[in-house]
Design a protein around this ligand. Structure first.
Ligand SMILES: [Zn+2]
Length: 150
C-alpha cells in the first residue's frame, strides 16, 4: 500500500455511519451526505440557527452511540488492508500487535468491512484501498482462505 496511514484521519459519518477519510482532521460527514442532510428539515433548521448566530448542535444528526476512537478505527482499517489485501492471517496480525485473542482482529476487520463507504463518497486519494477492500466482499473472495491461514 502506497498510502501512509499515519497521514490519514478517520472517523465515521454522522449521516450514513460509514467511514470518513481526510488528511487534516477526522471528518464527521461525507460531503455528499452533508449536502443531502442540509436539504433535510433538520438540516434547514440547523442552517437557519447558524444564520441567527444561535447554533443548535442538537439538530445535528446523531448516529454515533459511543464516541469514535480514531486510533482504533485506523488500527482496524490497517488490519483490514493487511488481511484482505496483504493476505496476512488474523493470527499473524494478532501476533504482530501483541493481541492474545485473534478474534479481536477478526471482529475488528469485520467491523471495518461493514463500514466501508461507497468509494465515490471519499476524496480520490482514499478511494483505491476502499475499492480493493470492497472487491473482496464480492463472491469472488473466499473468506475460507483467511480462515485456513488463521
Ligand atoms: Zn456519509
Amino acid at each position: 500500500m502506497a498510502q501512509r496511514l499515519s497521514s490519514v484521519r478517520m472517523s465515521t459519518c454522522l449521516v450514513c455511519g460509514k467511514l470518513t477519510f481526510d488528511t487534516k482532521r477526522p471528518p464527521k460527514f461525507h460531503r455528499y451526505c452533508w449536502r443531502v442532510w442540509l436539504k433535510s428539515p433538520d438540516g434547514r433548521s440547523f442552517q437557519q440557527s447558524l444564520g441567527m448566530r444561535r447554533m443548535r448542535p442538537n439538530l445535528l444528526p446523531r448516529r454515533m452511540g459511543a464516541p469514535v476512537d480514531e486510533n482504533k478505527l485506523r488500527g482496524r482499517y490497517a488490519w483490514a488492508i493487511q488481511c484482505r489485501l496483504g493476505e496476512n492471517s488474523y493470527r499473524q496480525i494478532a501476533e504482530e500487535n501483541n493481541i492474545a485473542d485473534f478474534t479481536i482482529v477478526r471482529d475488528g476487520i469485520e467491523f471495518i468491512m461493514n463500514k466501508l463507504p461507497p468509494p465515490e463518497f471519499v476524496a480520490a486519494r482514499f478511494r483505491k484501498p476502499i475499492q480493493l477492500l470492497r472487491a473482496t466482499l464480492t463472491a469472488d473472495y473466499s473468506p475460507s482462505i483467511a480462515v485456513l491461514n488463521g
